[in-house]
Design a protein around this ligand. Structure first.
Ligand code: HEC
Length: 478
């Protein structure tokens, strides 16, 4: 009864939301063209969009409550994951694309040849079958044009979709995806609070640092910033499971990036537009400040992009010192971005790219698996049956056609060990996750022992032999 009432109330709120959106749309239509000069888009329309987003999120939450505990729960989560992830990638590409493009413009601007007095520079480009000519003003044009394009929603929506994805993948399943009791045994709620709190802390510390004189002292700023970033990587890797720690590191940098846009860059631009429309002199510091934050964002892009794909690479987060690997890769990738920026300014010091590449290669080299003492020679012959019984005991509760795990209702990443052939086919991945990086079983939930890992290693090094001849059970026998 109480459930029915709650559902009824939820439905009512949802319909109410739809009603408000409809009304807003009508008002927006009658006021077409009523936006502020210099701001692109109707604020009323923006408001409706925000409400639509809220309504969709709300409807999804209701749907989730409806299907919880049924066979559709896993399916719904998977589709939420697909949709939110696609949105995140799309907005992210638009945002980072714009960041790369504008830093390129700034770097490649012709500042000397045939430049009018009021201009900082100009640039010719050819793209998509057309010639483009751009001019950058030293301060602002005499009159702010009616259609002025802003770049902010890419950033906001990248962050919003990323934050939602964090919930879909990590926070809704915090006990298995976020927390590894062997690292720190905190409650799921505490884990989520630490995660979200750390983003706020990251921004406050970074923003504080940018307001000290240090920000103008190139290498000092990089040094102190680097130490802080390292501290965050260390912190995350000692609080969360390694995969989640990596994502939080990226999300923390991403939060700083979007907060730069929201709190510094856009307000500075609004102030510049306002001053220009009112004919007041512009404070050049505003533009400089925004430009600096924009440049910081630009250097964060490649490290953040690495983090976003890092989940596919257990040799990075599965290392014994995952935070060191993370920081090293961040430094190497930021170095590559630095070279790209220098190259655009025609100042390429040839050494920056090889140095960054060498640095990244050194990371690959130092994280390579050690050769086990004795190698295959130290192994007793291992039969398929032994391997099967280990997999049966440690893996199939998650990785099978009918998982029995209380969290993973469908085989993670589609990896199923239903038959000996499945195990043989996936032996390389098993080697990587079970023997080398020990990142499977997930958080070692099934308490796999080192002896079992050694047996698996021996079996693979002996050629991963299967079938009845090697003591295996015929397909379907598991
Ligand atoms: C508690 C559930 C659980 C158990 C038990 C478990 N896994 Fe996993 N496994 C997962 C999850 C979740 C993922 C996806 C996330 C990831 O890649 O870390 C995964 C991913 C994998 C992958 C990567 C697949 C890919 O596409 O890259 C392999 C390989 C794997 N598991 C092997 C194993 C083996 C072998 C065992 C047993 C020794 C095992 N797992 C036990 C949950 C589990």
């Amino acid at each position: 009864m109480i459930q029915l009432l709650t559902f009824g109330a939820a439905l009512l709120v949802f319909l109410l939301l739809l009603g408000v959106i409809y009304a807003l749309q009508r008002v927006a239509k009658t006021r077409a063209g009523g936006g502020k000069v210099g701001e692109n888009g109707l604020t009323l329309q923006g408001f409706s969009y925000a409400l639509i987003l809220l309504a969709v999120a709300y409807a999804l939450a209701m749907l989730y409550v409806f299907v919880r505990g049924t066979v559709w729960e896993g399916h719904l989560m998977e589709w939420m994951n697909i949709v939110v992830r696609l949105m995140h990638i799309t907005f992210g590409i638009a945002w980072i694309g714009a960041s790369f493009y504008f830093v390129f413009l700034e770097n490649a601007l012709n500042r000397t040849h045939n430049v009018r007095d009021e201009l900082a520079g100009n640039l010719w480009a050819v793209h998509g079958g057309g010639f483009y000519y751009l001019e950058k003003y030293k301060l602002a044009p005499k009159e702010i044009p009616r259609d002025l394009h802003w770049f902010k929603y890419e950033a906001y929506f990248t962050w919003l979709s990323g934050f939602s994805l964090l919930f879909v993948v990590y926070y809704f399943n915090a006990s298995s995806m976020l927390i590894d009791p062997k690292i720190l045994d905190v409650s799921p709620l505490a884990g989520v609070a630490i995660g979200i709190g750390s983003f706020v802390a990251g921004w406050l510390i970074y923003d504080g640092l940018c307001k000290t004189p240090l920000v103008t002292k190139g290498w000092w700023f990089i040094g102190v910033g680097g130490l802080l970033v390292t501290a965050f990587a260390f912190f995350y890797c000692h609080v969360f499971s390694a995969r989640a720690a990596y994502i939080h590191f990226g999300a923390m940098l991403g939060t700083i990036m979007v907060a730069n846009v929201f709190f510094i860059i856009i307000p500075a631009q609004k102030e510049m537009v306002k001053a220009a429309t009112e004919g007041r002199p512009l404070d050049p510091q505003l533009g400089k400040n925004a430009g600096l934050r924009s440049l910081h964002n630009n250097y964060f892009t490649l490290p953040v992009l690495f983090v976003m794909v890092s989940n596919h690479f257990p040799s990075t987060f599965g290392n014994a010192y995952p935070w060191l690997v993370l920081v090293a890769i961040s430094v190497g990738t930021a170095g590559v971005k630095h070279w790209l920026n220098l190259r655009e300014k025609h100042q390429a010091t040839v050494l920056v790219l090889p140095a960054s590449a060498l640095f990244l290669l050194a990371v690959a080299f130092t994280t390579a698996p050690r050769k086990e003492a004795g190698g295959a020679a130290a192994c007793q012959p291992v039969s398929m049956a032994q391997v099967q019984s280990i997999v049966q005991a440690r893996c199939v509760r998650c990785h099978s056609s009918n998982p029995t795990d209380e969290v993973f209702k469908s085989a993670p990443n589609g990896v199923k060990y239903d038959s000996p052939e499945d195990i043989i086919r996936l032996k390389d991945k098993i080697m990587q996750r079970v023997v080398i990086t020990k990142t499977m079983p997930q958080n070692n939930k099934t308490n796999m022992t080192q002896e079992e890992r050694d047996l698996i290693r021996c079996w693979i090094e002996q050629g991963a032999l299967g079938g009845p001849a090697a003591g295996g059970v015929a397909p379907g026998g598991l």
